[in-house]
Design a protein around this ligand. Sequence first.
Ligand code: RB5
Length: 150
Amino acid sequence: MRIAIASDHAGLALKKEISEGLVALQHDLQDLGTYDNSSVDYPDFASQVARAVRDGQVELGVLVCGTGIGMSIVANKYRGVRAALCTTEFEARMSRAHNDANVLCMGERVIGPGLGRAIAEAFVSTAFEGGRHQKRVQKIADAEAENSRS
Ligand code: RB5
């Protein structure tokens, strides 16, 4: 699967850990930064991954910052992006199965590296269930369209 990943400086170490796990699972991973510990602004990196998902360049995105909160706020501003902030494997699975989430957000200051890696692996290996959830996801798109008209 094509996956874009990015972090700010506060999520760099967890991004590296997650990347190792996703590459080991044979995913086609695009690392969109940041690449060192210099202080950067999380919206710049959330936007890059969100655009890649919105434009269909990748199927899924992963974003890491200190808490994951800033990344999720920014990513959810982009059309067609459904970003889920997850702290457990259960949330990650449910966000894919029920919400068809296409961007996973996590916080390096919230979860440990082992859990972060497990959450990411659960996220990318769970499929959307469709069925009764499809019309609910459509309603998310409807709300997005309504917002862009106003
Ligand atoms: C950076 O200090 C921190 O604010 C950022 O990584 C993130 O946690 C924001 O939501």
